[in-house]
Write a protein that binds this ligand. Structure first.
Ligand code: AMP
Ligand code: ZN
Length: 117
């Protein structure tokens, strides 16, 4: 589990101050940027500015932040004119989490099967 000092997404958020990461959206809780390896025509990650490794590490105090992630995804979808899309939040390696700073995937621009693989 990455801590804040060695976390890829914390670095990307810090880099935004120098303009290296292009954000589609940012507020006091979250930032959104395009996934480097997109799985759909639109693949955006909504990432809290605060480092939280996994969903298991969320506390009651983070409720507003966590709600902001979905609300930010909605705003990004509106900006991209997406009416139908999928939101995914992987928790733990067995569920497919590779970056241990929680992030909501917003996937859109194609149809999706169910159940996911
Ligand atoms: P997960 O498997 O849920 O942890 O998702 C991690 C996501 O981060 C993957 O979809 C990666 O393609 C994406 N990713 C990894 N490195 C970067 C990066 N430097 N910039 C943007 N997205 C990244
Ligand atoms: Zn982090």
């Amino acid at each position: 589990m990455a801590n804040e000092d060695e976390c890829l997404f914390c670095s990307l958020i810090a880099c935004s101050k120098s303009g290296k990461t292009e954000f589609l959206y940012k507020d006091r809780f979250v930032a959104a940027f395009r996934d480097i390896n997109p799985k759909a025509p639109h693949h955006i990650l909504i990432v809290p500015l605060k480092h939280i490794s996994t969903v298991n590490d969320i506390t009651d105090e983070d409720a507003l932040l966590v709600g902001s992630m979905v609300n930010a995804a909605r705003k990004v979808a509106v900006g991209l004119n997406l009416k139908s899309y999928r939101l995914v939040l992987n928790c733990g390696a067995d569920a497919g989490q590779a970056v241990f700073h929680i992030h909501l995937h917003l996937l859109g621009g194609r149809s999706f099967g169910w159940p996911p693989g």
